[in-house]
Write a protein that binds this ligand. Structure first.
Ligand SMILES: CC(C)(COP(=O)(O)OP(=O)(O)OC[C@H]1O[C@@H](n2cnc3c(N)ncnc32)[C@H](O)[C@@H]1OP(=O)(O)O)[C@@H](O)C(=O)NCCC(=O)NCCS
Length: 189
C-alpha cells in the first residue's frame, strides 16, 4: 500500500512505501544526518540490534526521483517476560532539509494504519510527547513498563490499536523480532 503526500497543493511529491534493500545505505546516511552518531546508543537500539523489523513494517518516504526523504520502522517486542506482543516504533526521521513539510506525519499515519491492518495490538515508542500526541500516543498506560536501559520515563509512549490491549501490562520490553542471521540463512537456503 502506498500513500502519496501533496505538498503546497502540487502533485504528490513523496510516497510512503515499503523500504527495499536498495534503500538501506540512504536510510542509514539520513539517520546519521538527522540524529547524529549517538543514535546507536539509545535503549531502543538494544531491542532492534540483530533483528529485522516486523514483517511489512519498514517504510521510507520516497521523493519523485526515488531518493529517501524519511524513514520509519516498527519492531516486534514483548511487554515483560512472556508478556503481550507489541510493536516498538523507531527511529522516525526526516531529511533535515525537508523538515516541517508533513513527511514525518505522513510516515507516522502510514505506519500506524499498516500496523493496525496487519493485526497488531499496540505501538510503543520513546519520543517527544508534544509531537507524538497528535497521532494518539501518550504515557497513560506505560507507567508499569520499562525500557532495557536508560531512558526518560515520561518519553515512553504508547498507542493502542486494539482497545484495552495495554490494560495491566507490566515489565521490561524484550526483543521479539526475527533475527537477522536466521533470516540470512533462510534466504540463502
Ligand atoms: C521529528 C521529525 C521526524 C518530524 O518530522 P517532520 O516531517 O519535520 O514533521 P511534520 O512536518 O510531520 O510535523 C511538523 C510539526 O511537528 C512539530 N514538531 C517537530 N518535532 C517536534 C518535537 N520534537 N516536539 C514537538 N513538536 C515537534 C513541528 O513544530 C511542526 O508543528 P506544526 O504542525 O504545528 O507546524 C523530524 O523533525 C526529524 O527527523 N527530527 C530529527 C530526528 C528525531 O528527532 N526523530 C524523532 C525522535 S523522538
Amino acid at each position: 500500500m502506498e500513500m502519496p503526500v501533496e505538498i503546497g497543493g502540487h502533485a504528490p511529491a513523496f510516497m510512503m512505501v515499503a523500504e527495499t534493500a536498495a534503500d538501506v545505505s540512504a536510510r542509514e546516511a539520513l539517520l546519521d544526518r538527522a540524529m547524529g552518531p549517538k543514535r546507536r546508543k539509545k535503549s531502543s537500539e538494544k531491542l532492534r540490534r540483530g533483528r529485522r523489523p516486523s514483517e511489512g513494517l519498514a517504510f521510507v518516504a520516497r521523493d519523485a526521483s526515488g531518493g529517501v526523504a524519511g524513514t520509519v520502522r516498527l519492531w516486534d517486542v514483548r511487554l515483560g517476560e512472556g508478556g503481550a506482543a507489541a510493536l516498538l516504533l523507531g527511529p522516525l526521521a526526516v531529511d533535515p532539509s525537508l523538515k516541517n513539510a508533513g513527511i514525518g506525519s505522513a510516515l507516522m499515519r502510514h505506519a500506524i494504519a499498516e500496523a493496525a491492518r496487519l493485526g497488531h495490538a499496540a505501538i510503543l515508542l520513546v519520543g517527544d510527547a508534544p509531537y507524538y500526541a497528535r497521532f494518539g500516543f501518550s504515557a497513560e498506560k506505560t507507567g508499569s513498563l520499562a525500557m532495557p536501559g536508560p531512558y526518560e520515563r515520561h518519553r515512553l509512549l504508547a498507542l493502542e490499536l486494539v482497545e484495552g490491549a495495554l490494560d495491566g501490562v507490566h515489565g521490561t520490553l524484550k526483543a521479539a523480532g526475527r533475527k537477522l542471521k536466521a533470516q540470512a540463512l533462510t534466504s540463502a537456503a
